[in-house]
Design a protein around this ligand. Structure first.
Ligand code: URA
Length: 247
C-alpha cells in the first residue's frame, strides 16, 4: 500500500511551496521579467499553481471555475495593490507603543475591459471598499480588424487617479492597448496605470510595453504562445465564456 512516505520517496508530493517550473516556462519567465522590469509576476507557489491547474482544466465545471478564479483574482489584486504608493504613518498600539507603519496615499479606481474584465470587479471591491469602477467596451472592427472603442463609462476625475485596469487574458493585447490609449487621452498618467491580468502571452506583453513602456503589469502566469485563432496556449480557453457560463 502507498504510504505518504512512499509517495514522497516516489516524488509524488511536492513539498516545496515554490512550484518547480519546467525549463521552457523558466526560460520564458526569465526572458520576460529581465526585458520588462514593469512586469510583476506573482510568486509561483504550489498553491497558485494548484488554482491555475483547476481553472485551466477543461473538465472543471462552471461553479468550480468561478470559485477558483475568484480566489486567484483576489490574490492577484492584493499583489497589484503593492504597486501603489504608500506613505509613512505612525500609530499607537493598545500597549501605548508607537508603531511606524504605512498607509495608502493614492486615489484609485478600477476600469474593467468588458466582458471578461468584469469578472475581476468584485475582487477589487472586496479589498478596496467603495472603490469607483468604470468600464470600457472594445470590439474588433470587422473591416480593419483594429480594436475599436464602443463604449466607456469612467469616473469624471479619472485623471487624478491611479487606475487598476482589469482584463484576465492578454493574448494579442489589442484591447488592453486600446483601453490604455483611451485612459491616456483622458489625462491619466501612464505610470499610474496598473494592468491586472491573470494570464498573458509573451506577444501581448511585448506589444503593451513597446507602446506604453511606463505602465505596470501584474500577472499570475505567462504562457508559451498563441495559436492561429489567437488563443493563449496552453491557456485557459475563453475566460469570459467559462466564467459567465456562456459556452
Ligand atoms: N481571451 C480568452 O478568453 N482566452 C484566450 O486564450 C485569449 C483571449
Amino acid at each position: 500500500a502507498q504510504t505518504p512516505a512512499s509517495m514522497l520517496a516516489a516524488g509524488k508530493f511536492i513539498v516545496d511551496s515554490r512550484y518547480a517550473t519546467t525549463e521552457q516556462e523558466e526560460s520564458i519567465l526569465q526572458d520576460i521579467t529581465a526585458r520588462f522590469p514593469n512586469v510583476v509576476l506573482m510568486k509561483q507557489t504550489s498553491q497558485l499553481r494548484a488554482m491555475m491547474t483547476i481553472i485551466r482544466d477543461k473538465k472543471t465545471p462552471k461553479e468550480e471555475f468561478v470559485f477558483y478564479a475568484d480566489r486567484l483574482i483576489r490574490l492577484l489584486i492584493e499583489e497589484a495593490l503593492n504597486e501603489l504608493p504608500f506613505e509613512q504613518k505612525e500609530v499607537t498600539t493598545p500597549l501605548d507603543a508607537p508603531y511606524q507603519g504605512v498607509s495608502f496615499s493614492s486615489k484609485i479606481c478600477g476600469v474593467s475591459i468588458v466582458r471578461a474584465g468584469e469578472s475581476m470587479e468584485s475582487g477589487l471591491r472586496a479589498v478596496c471598499r467603495g472603490c469607483r469602477i468604470g468600464k470600457i467596451l472594445i470590439q474588433r472592427d470587422e473591416e480593419t480588424a483594429e480594436p475599436k472603442l464602443i463604449y466607456e463609462k469612467l469616473p469624471v476625475d479619472i485623471r487624478e487617479r491611479w487606475v487598476m485596469l482589469l482584463d484576465p487574458m492578454c493574448a494579442t493585447a489589442g484591447s488592453v492597448c486600446k483601453a490604455i490609449d483611451v485612459l491616456l487621452k483622458l489625462g491619466v498618467k501612464e505610470e499610474r496605470i496598473i494592468f491586472v491580468n491573470i494570464l498573458a502571452a509573451p506577444q501581448g506583453i511585448e506589444r503593451v510595453f513597446k507602446l506604453y513602456p511606463n505602465v505596470r503589469m501584474v500577472a499570475a502566469a505567462i504562457d508559451v504562445c498563441l495559436n492561429s485563432k489567437y488563443y493563449i496556449v496552453p491557456g485557459i480557453g475563453d475566460f469570459g465564456d467559462r466564467y459567465f457560463g456562456t459556452m
